[in-house]
Design a binder for this molecule. Structure first.
Ligand SMILES: Nc1ncnc2c1ncn2[C@@H]1O[C@H](COP(=O)(O)OP(=O)(O)OP(=O)(O)O)[C@@H](O)[C@H]1O
Length: 265
């Protein structure tokens, strides 16, 4: 008999968000429907202004939608946030320069009042997961950009959230470093079984990392295609990017982006 499907980690129905700007309304999200299952790696891709960041921020309870429904692990975004269901990684590592790497990773735990011994243990586990063992006593400025971003991933994972939200985390890094981090992130995903929501502008990055790719379009911000990439398996290495299966998915993403592009951009 078939196992009953577990409830979606993120369930979004008819979601809209309109910003009231000085020169009129901005339709950042319009009628978005999306279901994300546990353990998926979902990338959001689309041109600037299509609402990728807004969608992530709504899920993280950093913005309030103006219409529709959203549930995260079966509750509203606020309750999920208070329950610490999310970790958030931003484009800039945003580490505190006066704290060591260890102390930066411990920070969310410190805020939540976790004891010193437990903080140490949890931070050490995450340091190992992102391959930063041995760098715990360094300051952020002593680390490369890629290492700093790995430290901010460890910080987001410090209280072991079920959901990792990543807003263009590798956008500012050069291609070689980015490739390397993509491989490490896939391994981390496989090891931890987290559900990852990842914003990117890069087609190869989206296809390489994801189990599903959500293609978005601006004015109004909306989803125009959802592409299943599970045919690529979970155990991927960078050379998968040369395979016909990979190129076929990349082609479909590109077609989606082209169809949703307005040429007055
Ligand atoms: N606080 C705000 N007030 C008014 N408009 C906003 C606000 N935040 C975002 N917007 C607008 O909402 C739209 C969606 O923005 P959002 O940042 O979500 O897009 P994005 O797809 O993440 O873009 P990018 O790829 O450039 O980061 C854009 O037109 C943006 O200018």
């Amino acid at each position: 008999m078939k196992e009953p499907a577990s409830p979606p980690v993120v369930a979004i129905k008819g979601l809209s968000l309109t910003y009231e700007a000085a020169d009129g309304p901005v339709y950042a999200l319009s009628n978005v429907d999306l279901q994300i299952a546990e353990g998926e790696f979902i990338s959001f891709i689309g041109p600037s202004g299509c609402g990728k960041t807004t969608l992530l921020r709504v899920i993280a309870d950093l913005e309030q939608p103006t219409g529709g429904d959203i549930h995260v692990n079966g509750v509203g975004p606020e309750e999920a946030r208070l329950r610490r269901d999310y970790g958030f990684v931003f484009q800039a590592p945003a580490l505190y320069p006066w704290r060591t790497i260890q102390k930066n990773i411990e920070l969310p735990l410190e805020i939540f009042g976790v004891s010193k011994a437990e903080r140490r243990e949890k931070a050490s586990k995450q340091l190992e997961l992102v391959n930063l063992k041995g760098f715990e006593n360094k300051f952020p400025w002593q680390l490369s950009g890629g290492m700093q971003q790995r430290a901010s991933i460890a910080r987001a994972l410090s209280f072991d959230p079920k959901l990792l939200l990543m807003d263009e985390p590798f956008g500012a890094l050069d291609e070689i470093v980015r490739d390397h981090l993509n491989e490490q992130l896939l391994k981390l995903w496989d090891k931890t079984g987290k559900t990852v929501l990842f914003v990117t502008h890069s087609i190869p990055e989206a296809v390489f990392l994801s189990s599903k790719i959500v293609v978005m379009s601006p004015r109004p911000g909306r989803i125009i295609d959802i592409i299943d990439a599970s045919v690529l398996g979970r155990d991927r290495t960078l050379d998968i990017r040369e395979t016909p299966e990979f190129l076929k998915i990349a082609h479909r993403v590109r077609e989606g982006l082209r169809a949703g592009h307005s040429y007055d951009d």
